[in-house]
Structure formats: C-alpha cells, structure tokens
Write a protein that binds this ligand. Structure first.
Ligand SMILES: NC(=O)c1ccc[n+]([C@@H]2O[C@H](COP(=O)([O-])OP(=O)(O)OC[C@H]3O[C@@H](n4cnc5c(N)ncnc54)[C@H](OP(=O)(O)O)[C@@H]3O)[C@@H](O)[C@H]2O)c1
Length: 331
C-alpha cells in the first residue's frame, strides 16, 4: 500500500487522524491525499514536514488511493464508500455512523473485538465516541464479572460537533463577555455557553436522542449481546474537548472493589486514577481514557459506579481508527 486518502482532512477528526498517522514511522514513507468539501478544497494543509494541497473528491481519485479513511458527515461516507468498494481494490475505515450498524460491517474497538476483523474485509467502522470511551472501562469488567445491565450519563464536549461546534461555543462565550445576547444557535439545541443541554441529536418518538440510541445499539453489537439492557442519558456541556461520563453497572457475578480495581488497572488503554479522578482538561490530548471515583452502587445487586473520561477525538475517533489500521494491515 502506497497512498492513503483522508476524506474530511480539514475537520477535527481528520486533523487528529493525520497527526496520529504521521507518528507511525512506516506511514511517513506513504503518500497522503487529503480531501475536504468544495468549501475548503484548494487550501494548504501543513503538518510537520508535510505540506499538501487539499483536494475535492471526484471519481478520478478512485484508482489512485490504496487505503481510505473517512472522517466526514455520515451522508458523504454513505455516498462515497460504496463507490470506492465497487470501483477499486482499496479498503476503508469509516469514522462516521453511516455503516456502524450494518450487519456485514465490523464495528471495532481493537482492545475488545479485533478478532471480528478478517483480512478479507474491505470496510470497517469505528464506533461512536461515547460508546468507545464507555466500553473501554466496561469491557475489562465484563470479561471477569459479566455485565447484566448498565447506565451511562455522559457530559459531552462541544468538539463532539466538529469544528463548527467549537466555533459556536467560542462565539457565545465572547458575546457573553461583551454583554451581548448569545442566543445564536446553529449546532446545539439551546445556547451552550454556561449551560447544560440534555439532548444530543434529534429525539425519537420514545424521547430517546440519536446519541443515546447509538450508544445502546453500538454497545450491543460490539459486546455481541443483542439483548443487553442499557440506559443512556447524553448531555452536552460547555467543555471544549473530552467526554466525561458516570457509569453504573450491574454484573452477574459477585464482585469486590479490589478485584474491580485490579481489572481496571491492568486494562490496555485505560488509566486507573488511584488518588484522584480524571477530568476533561487533564485527559484532553491523551491517548488513554481515565477512570476513577469507583464505588459500590448499592441500589444494584453486584453493582458499581465509576467516573470515566476520554478524549473523544483520540480514542473516541482518530486514535481508534489508526489502531484498527495498524492491526488490520498486519493480519
Ligand atoms: N468530533 C468528534 O468528537 C467525533 C467523534 C467520533 C466520530 N465523529 C464523526 O467523525 C466525522 C467527522 O467529524 P468532525 O467532528 O471531524 O467534523 P468536522 O470538524 O465538521 O469536519 C468534517 C469534515 O468533513 C468534510 N466534508 C464535509 N462535506 C464534505 C464533502 N462533501 N466532501 C468531502 N469532505 C467533506 C469537511 O470539509 P470542510 O472543512 O471543507 O467543511 C471536514 O473536513 C463525523 O461523521 C462525526 O460524526 C466525530
């Protein structure tokens, strides 16, 4: 494989993706082609020694790229990926939600279900950011105690809505500090500055938000249990980067906190915070997710509560995609 294409390279996930790929020595010898919408195509992307003009994606590129990463809105991935798979031999990793729940597309968190990926696969999906961060902490416990049901209450940052989400929050904070009205709402359902919004995505007829729906369905697919009982409550808060969440979980097997602690401490990609607890500021730009404030949840049988934080642009998106790529190419 010689040429790697990143579609959505000017976006928040795309930029972190490029940064992470360039950290891999074998990738530095590859050619990169970066794509964006017509709005920013033509601009120059500079990162380290790389200086590249960003392109518009057209059919002419189909035969010129050997491996594709998609970090675009879902409808763009839904349009282009089938065209790529039909008209070339290239493989794709998609960070959007376009194919995550398709039965034939593996939805992968390498620490959990890498075994579901075979060399014959052409398309792999990377899960929703909140799902990935929650499962990084739940998986090591599920392996030992077996999950019966769990609840996730998330506190999600503005950058979960991409570049424009950050811009909107910054504009609102600026307007507020100048004493002006800051009710200009584009990406969120209400003004986000100095606020907490208990809705991420549209609500369905049962009052469940799109983000909550993703967390439930994707977790079931990754853990391979279509009937697992899961409740999610996703809240947007005025934090720039990193998602935080309170998780309450009930297990089939009897547990004690020392055993739970041991399992969390030895889990790959997770940092157990013994003395302290993780926060969004401290875990921004960190590859690992943090977990702390572990305690029994006495409202449940064999229940625990814990506080989990992860950088949703890294393990929740770009890092997970790069980890899939690194392991996939060696299969
Ligand atoms: N942000 C997160 O925390 C996060 C976490 C997990 C998954 N995701 C998923 O990752 C994807 C990207 O999210 P993001 O936060 O990086 O969004 P973003 O900052 O808004 O970036 C979107 C990217 O897609 C490009 N794009 C838009 N329309 C396009 C088109 N017609 N053709 C080619 N490229 C196009 C944009 O180009 P322009 O710069 O020209 O607009 C930009 O590069 C989304 O599906 C999102 O759901 C995001």
């Amino acid at each position: 494989m010689k040429t790697i294409g990143i579609v959505g390279a000017t976006g928040l996930v795309g930029q972190v993706l490029l940064e992470k790929l360039l950290e891999i020595p074998e990738c530095r010898s590859k050619s990169f082609v970066l794509f964006s919408s017509d709005r920013t195509a033509g601009c120059l992307c500079e990162m380290g020694n790389l200086k590249l003009k960003v392109e518009s994606l057209t059919d002419d590129w189909l035969k010129q790229v050997d491996f594709w990463f998609f970090a675009t809105p879902k409808h763009i991935a839904a349009h282009w990926i089938p065209i790529i798979l039909t008209n070339s031999c290239a493989n794709c990793i998609d960070g959007s939600s376009a194919f995550r729940l398709h039965r034939e597309v593996p939805l992968i968190i390498p620490e959990i279900n890498m075994h579901q990926l075979t060399p014959a696969e052409r398309l792999v999906a990377s899960p929703n950011c909140t799902t990935t961060i929650a499962l990084m902490a739940l998986w090591p416990l599920h392996k030992i105690f077996h999950l019966k049901r769990f609840w996730v209450h998330s506190y999600q940052s503005a950058s979960g809505m991409g570049n424009d989400g950050i811009r909107e929050l910054e504009e609102q904070v600026k307007s507020w500090s100048e004493g002006k009205n800051y009710a200009n709402v584009r990406n969120f359902h209400k003004p986000l500055a100095f606020n907490a919004i208990p809705q991420i995505g549209n609500l369905n007829a049962d009052g469940i938000s799109e983000e909550e729906h993703k967390l439930v369905l994707e977790s079931r697919k990754i853990l391979g249990d279509a009937n697992l009982k899961i409740f999610a409550n996703c809240v947007r808060i005025p934090v720039l980067r990193c998602h935080s969440m309170e998780i309450n979980a009930e297990f089939d097997k009897r547990l004690d906190l020392d055993m739970v602690k041991m399992a969390l401490k030895s889990a790959e990609g997770l940092h157990w915070c013994e003395e302290d607890y993780p926060t969004a500021l401290e875990y921004s730009k960190k590859n690992v997710c943090g977990v702390g404030r572990l305690r029994y949840d006495n409202a449940l049988g064999n229940g625990i509560a814990m506080w989990v934080v992860g950088d949703q642009l890294l393990k929740g998106a770009a890092l997970n995609m790069v980890q899939i790529f690194q392991r996939w190419v060696t299969l």
